[in-house]
Design a protein around this ligand. Structure first.
Ligand SMILES: [Zn+2]
Ligand SMILES: [Zn+2]
Length: 328
């Protein structure tokens, strides 16, 4: 009798232990999932192009993991937009420049100096194609005397923040920063060569960034099933020949190495992405609702018109912009 009672009690204890263990394991999984899901964030810093616009700064995007900050391109206004986003150039772990077009690299020197003024005390790590590295070295050389004067006169604690470490960007050579990985793939932006898109990964979450390109199968392949595809857009419908500014020939030439809304919709549909976001707007003041309507004809998933200082959590499928916070 006593034995039976003890056995029953110990069975009950075992059950309780199992329940506790299971609850603990489930909670742990939930926390792991949340930590992982909340960790990757894609922020639009500059969604413009060479055309000057107060609303859309030059091309720049920030990807943050739980322990790393990766900047993609450094167009005009990037330092200011970083501060506006609550970030600092001083904290960037690596910069990737996707191709040799001035709007993607023009503010590097300003970013370098402003990051140093924020207390950066480690070299800036840059991954870029060889022709971009050569250009950046020339810029650094042109300003060498200016830096020397600053270092001697300003007497900041460290001058390491003004040093730059270059790595050549190559297809398939992944860049790993903590739990974040960026893998470049070749796109077609000829006559600009080379040009890269990026697969950004953290855990199971995948964001694909088109870079500047015309339609290429590699973009569809890279984006297949991705949580988020971020595409450049050339809104051809809004580009009219304008006396003294652009001819029909100019428009055809520019369109030929970018992506039109119809092409983007097809790429997003063929790749079966979970969501599509647009950036690098040409023209920067393109009509947003007309653009969404045009894309909608070819792609039924969520379409996000990127704005400077908008952030997306691709795993949780949430978006923040000013006072707007939504799950899509
Ligand atoms: Zn370009
Ligand atoms: Zn561009």
């Amino acid at each position: 009798m006593i034995h039976a009672r003890m056995a029953a009690r110990s069975e009950a204890e075992d059950d309780l232990g199992n329940v506790r263990r299971r609850a603990h394991r489930d909670a742990r999984r939930c926390v792991d999932h949340l930590t992982q899901a909340m960790a990757m964030k894609f922020t639009f810093l500059g969604t413009g192009c060479p055309v000057a616009s107060p609303m859309r700064a030059g091309p720049a995007h920030l990807v943050t993991g739980s322990r790393a900050r990766l900047l993609i391109d450094c167009g005009a206004g990037v330092s200011q937009r970083l501060v506006a986003a609550g970030e600092r150039g001083a904290d960037i772990d690596a910069l990737i420049v996707t191709h040799y077009h001035s709007d993607h690299v023009v503010d590097f020197y300003q970013l370098l100096v402003s990051s140093w003024h924020q207390g950066r005390a480690r070299p800036f790590v840059v991954h870029a194609p060889a022709n971009v590295i050569s250009h950046m070295r020339h810029i650094l050389e042109a300003y060498a005397d200016e830096r020397e004067l600053r270092i001697a006169h300003e007497r900041r604690p460290s001058s390491l923040g003004l040093e730059v470490e270059f790595h050549e960007l190559a297809e398939g050579r992944a860049i790993r920063l903590g739990d974040l990985e960026a893998e470049p793939f070749s796109v077609d932006h000829r006559p600009v060569k080379p040009a890269f898109g990026l697969v950004l990964r953290q855990g199971k979450t995948r964001v694909v960034f088109s870079g500047d390109t015309r339609p290429v199968p590699a973009l569809v392949e890279a984006a297949r099933g991705a949580e988020l595809l971020v595409c450049e857009v050339f809104v051809d419908r809004e580009m009219m020949p304008t006396q003294g500014v652009r001819s029909a020939e100019t428009i055809a030439a520019v369109r030929s190495y970018h992506l039109t809304p119809r092409q983007i919709a097809k790429i997003a549909r063929d790749a079966g992405v979970m969501a599509l976001a647009l950036t690098h707007f040409v023209p920067p003041n393109a009509d947003r609702s007309a653009l969404v309507a045009e894309i909608r004809k070819g792609f039924r998933g969520p379409v996000i018109v990127g704005e400077d200082l908008m952030s997306i959590d691709p795993a949780l499928r949430t978006l923040s912009f000013a006072n707007l916070h939504l799950a899509y």
